[in-house]
Design a protein around this ligand. Structure first.
Ligand SMILES: Cc1ncc(COP(=O)(O)O)c(C=O)c1O
Length: 428
């Protein structure tokens, strides 16, 4: 294969709005590996931010994409429908709760979040939305307006969407409180919000990530998500789960909602759905979808043929190869090994997560977020060939999101690199 080195200055044609966490130019990917243009290979524990759950270029997904691209690439869903669309709807129906039997498909996660907000407003005739502190839902105006993970995501974009209220999320490490006691407090604060800022009769939906992603990889107690369900039922408010990052096996269940056993009214999906092709979806009961006025929402690329074919095959691969089970087993091993590192080195301050969605939070001796240490460790890992990302408001959390095809040997290798990088960072 001929290596194309970009001419000096070509990079300047790309907008600086994209920050660069590495200076890697990659040529190809395979499973958990990325191969750089330099010839070096990297263990990819970022999965393109939780997208390549089936690993880079899974042969079955590649073949499905090739086949579909040779038959039909675009028809536009309001003009003509195709097999790939029916297939993905059938496959989705096998993995989401059976109550959520009707699907709307779009391209990006943000677009799916916008779709959920628009459906909720149409279906209820109410304008307000409640979101949760630390949540991340995307970059478009509606999604950005309910995003509170960091100010950089929303700063200087005023005016944001009106009618948004923010409730507390049970982030036990940050609050230094008992998780169950904090969960009760958050639910009581939410009731207070509904009594003081947004009356239930004016509140269309609560939108929540069942595990906080960008906000720091925080797993709330089951009692919190169950409490939200109970509160929504009592007040006639729709419950929306944003499972864009947690979906498709990431947490050791097909969807994180399975852990507390809570069925939302609208489930939002993207990322792992199509192994890297742009496809997102919302699922809701048909009776709810029927309240969405035909023609009031849509888009040129909704249910695009090649992403649909990739998604249908992705779901089959996840099922056939037992990737949910692998995520559970490798995730347990990863957390056990990281906790052992914590015992040996006295850092990170906390290891937490579920399945292969694991976070290591770094804190200073005074208990403040230690962004500098997290950065040194991330950079040390990169130097040693392991790609990791950070998250959290101060980027004080290193997040582990390898592809769900990751092997035990790769987990062992990654933790070894992490321990060496952490020991060096603590000594420096
Ligand atoms: C939970 C969650 N919601 C929404 C989004 C936005 O998705 P996209 O970047 O595809 O627009 C993301 C992306 O990171 C996410 O993690």
């Amino acid at each position: 294969m001929t290596l194309v080195i970009p001419a000096a200055g070509v990079a300047d044609r790309l907008s600086p709005v994209w920050p660069r966490f590495t200076d890697l130019d990659v040529e190809r990917g395979e499973g958990a590996w990325l191969f750089a243009a330099s010839g070096r290979r990297y263990l990819d524990f970022t999965s393109g931010i939780g997208v390549t759950n089936t690993g880079h270029c899974h042969p079955r997904v590649v073949e499905a994409v090739r086949r579909q691209a040779g038959r039909l690439m675009h028809a536009q869903v309001t003009i003509a429908r195709h097999d790939a669309l029916y297939e993905v709807a059938e496959e989705l129906a096998t993995v989401v709760p059976q109550e959520l039997d009707c699907f709307f498909l779009a391209s990006s996660g943000s677009e799916a979040v916008e779709s959920a907000l628009k459906l909720a407003r149409h279906a209820t005739g109410r304008g307000n939305v409640v979101c949760f502190q630390g949540g991340y839902h995307g970059r478009s105006v509606g999604a950005m307006s309910i995003t509170t993970a960091k100010t950089v995501y929303r700063g200087h974009y005023l005016p944001l969407m009106a009618g948004v209220h923010v409730a507390p999320f049970p982030y036990a490490f940050r609050h230094r409180r008992d998780p169950e006691e904090l969960s009760r407090w958050c639910l009581a604060e939410l009731e207070h919000l509904l009594a003081t800022q947004s009356a239930p009769g004016e509140t269309a939906a609560l939108v929540v990530e069942p595990v906080l992603g960008e906000g720091g990889y925080v797993v709330p107690p089951h009692s919190f998500l169950r409490g939200l369900r109970e509160l929504c039922d009592r007040h006639g408010i729709l419950l929306v789960f944003d499972e864009i990052q947690t979906g498709f096996g990431r947490t050791g269940a097909m969807f994180a909602l399975e852990h507390p056993g809570v069925v939302p009214d609208i489930l939002v999906m993207a990322k792992g759905l199509a192994s890297g092709l742009p496809l997102s979806a919302i699922a809701a009961p048909r009776a709810l979808m029927e309240k969405w006025v035909p023609g009031s929402h849509g888009g040129t690329y909704c249910a695009s043929a090649v992403p649909c074919a990739a998604a249908a095959e992705t779901i089959r691969v996840i099922r056939d190869e037992g990737l949910v089970e692998n995520a559970r087993a490798r995730g347990e091993s990863l957390r056990r090994r990281l906790n052992a590192v914590r015992q040996r080195l006295g850092a990170p301050a906390e290891v937490r997560g579920v399945g292969l969605m694991v976070g290591c939070e770094f804190a200073t001796p005074a208990g403040l977020p230690d962004r500098a240490l997290a950065r040194r460790v991330r950079e040390g890992c990169l130097d040693a060939g392991l790609l990791l990302l950070t998250c959290g408001t101060q980027d004080q959390v290193i997040r582990w999101i390898p592809p769900l095809v990751v092997t035990e040997a790769q987990v062992l290798e990654a933790v070894g690199i992490f321990e060496a990088a952490l020991a060096a960072a603590l000594g420096s």
